[in-house]
Design a protein around this ligand. Structure first.
Ligand code: NAD
Length: 424
């Protein structure tokens, strides 16, 4: 740490959190106040944060909100959502309110199976190699299960074997899929260990070389599904319903629109995934890959009109989330979030999350097809702008109100409104 402007800081990982913050302060000229802020890690102890990731210098707190009105498979649930984006929690509450009396959401799941891939290259007879691997299914099952007796004891473990021959830019490859039931774990570590254990055997059986050994985030053996019917009279009539269907058709046909449509769905999904200490990137990667599975990137949701003329929405997507493993059991807020949800299996959690995604999409489509997205956003956005202008405490609402009333939700107007308020 001789040169405070160099990013080459030998042994940074070996320092304590305090020492790292000091090193960082010298690099980035952080004030004493900045350093104290970083060291205030809130409700995630620095010690624990330091064990979750590397080179920790603080924590990043984001708001945790509760979505109300959710009725899922006949059970009322309050949904903890971690998000920095305004309107996301409100969107779920609104959608759920509009279908509560007609029964809420119905969910299901295809299972809790994950896929681990083993890449085999350098075989001159890939089809032959494929069959040779498939012949070893019983041996493979045993090898996989020996890797994780705890998982097997809980009813999980090896379920199936698939071997695919794929043509790539460089050569034909033989890709083995281990299909593993990971029960209440997301399962990345569990299945990666199995893939790494098995790879040398596959090389030995086929005479090729194994290369990558890792799970696929396209967890299409772990699909969570949610469906719901919104009565047309509860959502503002046929014009609203038809506008929403048309918005969905647009998203399903056009990847430019689908990206934003699905981003909205993930606003809800990722917020619950994060609140429960699960891996948001894993779920997002799976969702977007699934949305493109037919070779065209389209909508993750489906919207139709029922025989009675009501609006029927459904959502299906991979949902690799767990109640154990990763940060789920370690992060104290995640543990409380799971308690609030009251779920007792990873499957239940995944199904709740799918319902939240569908609710989110309902609200986004409805807003877009009627008043536009900005109206709902603006009240909360105005508060953010007021805070950016320096408003504190009660000033935030007062300045935000002025901005919304004037229709100019801009920083310069917020600064003006704040100085007028303070000079009164
Ligand atoms: P893990 O290895 O920490 O825990 C899973 C293990 O817990 C199981 O193997 C089992 O032995 C045990 N276990 C105890 N009770 C269980 C129960 N009821 N059900 C199932 N297993 C039980 O965690 P993991 O779920 O294997 O891995 C998740 C972590 O891996 C996440 O933090 C994720 O971010 C990370 N990860 C993700 C990727 C990816 O998505 N591409 C890659 C690598 C790592």
């Amino acid at each position: 740490m001789k040169n405070s402007s160099s990013s080459r800081i030998a042994g940074f990982h070996k320092l304590s959190v305090d020492q790292r913050v000091k090193a960082l302060a010298s690099f980035a000229q952080l004030s004493a106040e900045d350093q104290a802020h970083l060291l205030n890690t809130g409700n995630l102890p620095a010690d624990m944060a330091d064990h979750l990731i590397e080179n920790v210098v603080g924590t990043m707190n984001i708001p945790l909100g509760i979505a109300t009105n959710m009725r899922i498979d006949g059970v009322d649930r309050l949904i903890p959502m971690a998000s920095e984006e305004s309107s996301v929690v409100a969107a779920v509450c609104n959608a759920a309110r509009q279908c509560y009396d007609s029964g809420g959401f119905i969910t299901s799941m295809s299972g809790t199976w994950m896929i681990a891939q083993i890449q085999l290259v350098g075989v001159s007879d890939p089809e032959h190699a494929r069959v040779r691997i498939l012949e070893r299914k019983c041996e493979i099952e045993q090898l996989c299960n020996e890797c994780d007796p705890i998982l097997v004891g809980l009813g999980g473990g090896f379920r199936d074997l698939e071997v695919r021959v794929i043509k790539t830019q460089s050569q034909t490859m033989v890709i083995t899929h281990l299909i593993i039931d990971t029960r209440d774990a997301m399962g990345a570590n569990a299945v990666n260990t199995m893939a790494e254990t098995l790879a040398p055997r596959i090389a030995q059986w086929t005479g090729g070389q194994t290369n990558l050994r890792i799970l696929s985030n396209l967890a299409d053996r772990r699909l969570a599904r949610a469906r719901c019917i919104w009565r047309t009279q509860d959502i503002g009539g046929e014009t609203v319903r038809d506008g929403m269907i048309s918005a969905y058709h647009f998203a399903d046909a056009d990847p430019y629109r689908a990206a934003t449509h699905n981003k909205g769905i993930m606003n809800g999904i990722s917020a619950v995934v994060l609140a429960t200490g699960n891996d948001t990137r894993a779920v997002e990667a799976g969702a977007h890959a699934y949305a493109a599975r037919r070779g065209h990137y389209g909508s993750l949701t489906r919207w139709e009109v029922t025989a009675e003329g009501d609006l029927a929405g459904s959502l299906e997507l991979p949902m690799a989330v767990g109640l154990v493993g990763g940060a789920t059991k370690l992060h104290p807020t995640a543990r409380i979030a799971l308690k609030i949800l009251g779920v007792d299996s990873a499957e239940q959690l995944a199904r709740v999350i799918a319902a939240v995604g569908l609710a989110q999409n309902f609200s986004a489509l409805k807003a877009l097809a009627t008043t536009g997205i900005q109206k709902g956003h603006m009240a909360l956005h105005a508060q953010n702008i007021a805070m950016m202008a320096g408003a504190m405490g009660e000033e935030i609402d007062q300045v935000a109100r002025v901005l919304v009333q004037s229709g100019k939700v801009r920083l310069d107007w917020a600064e003006k409104a704040l100085s007028e308020l303070r000079s009164r």
